[in-house]
Design a protein around this ligand. Sequence first.
Ligand code: SAM
Length: 275
Amino acid sequence: MRDGAVMPKKHLGQHFLKDKNYVSRIIGTAEIGKDDVVVEIGPGTGALTFQLAELAGRVIAIEIDHALSQELAERAALYPNLTIIEADALRFPYETIETKFKVVANLPYYISTPILFRLMELRHKITSLTIMLQKEVAKRIVALPGGKDYGMLSIAVQFYAVPAIVFQIPPGAFFPVPEVNSAVLKIIPREKPAVAVRSEPLFWSVIKSAFSHRRKTLLNSLSMAGFPKEVTERILHTAGIAPLVRPEEIGMEAWGKIADALSEQHTGRSSHSID
Ligand code: SAM
């Protein structure tokens, strides 16, 4: 890493990994072989990119920064299996990649949540994700019901995939040094969602409504969102869920039961997707 050669752009979340020990650990976690197509999001100065190209069948690296992607493209000339694409990873048409792929990314913190939602939509194309993000966000992704970290993000990822924190990275491993700690997650998409539900749009609608008023009880937040109070009360009673419980205490199975029971009531509400 040539610290002096690049002026990091804060607004693009540019913190370059300079500690080679952590580079090796991330690459090892991704378990890349010659049969793999790898999509790297935000290659930056290439800390991971060229090692990935040594190991993988093909690497597609998507970098939004014009200067960085130009510099990477010049260096990529030596690697026929490496394609550098200058694009916004949030808008990139991943569907056009013909095969399944593995995602490897030291994510820019400012887009980590929308990127994760996008990647969960693409789960059928993805074999695994090895991603580094802010430790606080990683904790929210793996959180279980009952704690303050559990919420929409935990459910959105755990419904479609199995996430695990593999290791943490201290700020000093980067240039420039970020203000937060980082963690590397390995996420394996599930073949089928964790819970079978009648209507996924309604499932997400119920959960979104509940967590948008997370300090309120479940009964109140759902009725504020337009689900009739008497109906919701009856459904919670039948499902054995206390009406005064708060959303962060409810596990995925129970969300599924609530949504399925509400869908039977033909509440006529408009639907939502996870993002
Ligand atoms: N992978 C490099 C490393 O580990 O040193 C750089 C990681 S840095 C945390 C994030 C990178 O993502 C930066 O190079 C930044 O320019 C790039 N980036 C930021 N927003 C992006 C976006 N919307 N699409 C693609 N790349 C983006």
